[in-house]
Design a protein around this ligand. Sequence first.
Ligand code: CUA
Length: 314
Amino acid sequence: MNAWIRSILMPVQGTSYAGQVDGLFMFLIWVTVFFFLLVAGLLGWFVFKYRRRTPGEVTPDISHNTKLEVVWTAIPLAIVMFIFFWGFRTYMEAQVSPGDALEIQVTAKKWLWQFEYPNGMRTLNELHVPLGKPVKLIMTSEDVIHSFFVPTFRIKQDVVPNTYTQLWFQPAEPGMHRLLCAEYCGQGHSEMMGKIFVDDEKKFSEWLENGGDERKGMPLADLGALLFKSRGCQVCHSLDGTRGPGPSFKGVFGREVKLSDGKTVMADENYIRESIVAPQAKIVAGFEPVMPTFQGMLRDREISALVEFIKTQK
Ligand code: CUA
């Protein structure tokens, strides 16, 4: 019956920790149900038992009952202390990570999640983790307070500027899990979502190396089109010539580009590559130097893919 109620109330258990949280949660539910029935039952029974039988009947003057008062204080106290220690132990479990955990840096900012792996690989709104291996997150925020919340993992932790908070988990359920921001952080709060992919260790390390199978076999220009959307290039760079915060990609390849310092440069492969990894090096005339660097956030093949994609924008 517990499992059935859980399946209605809660999402899948994506970690072994989720089982512990659910165990405590179900215990709280049953304690609540028990005391609700006890109190409501006694109430009904007393209403009936002590009803006024004759007009003018007088209630005896009962001031207290020491034995009863001790019992109804001691039993609830014992129950809440039991719940406290159970909850405390479970909480500590989520806070103290095992020494061999894979450490991933998490940076939250309006309104996205950035992850950085020990090998320097960085991703946006997409976290890949190995199945059955402990993962430790070291988290901080660049602006306001956000909250890292994964319902299927039963973990939630505030992500605070100027300080590091941490969390660890051991994924037990392969597939995609949803990451949400659970602290109101402004206009884009409800869109501050990410995906957590739990893969077996082989698939995970392959992904860490080269971005996964699907992308390995993809033609460069197609991969570039995918990255153009997923990495957010399209927010500032249009494909139809419309002027945005950044220059449009339409027809840019192979053209002379006027720079803000009065020089001109040929928009070739090297110019585009430099504009991706060191965007401040050459600023196009009439634009602000607002683009962040993608150094370390794109693999070499991905940069080549974006160059190919930009080439196709005639
Ligand atoms: Cu970030 Cu809400």
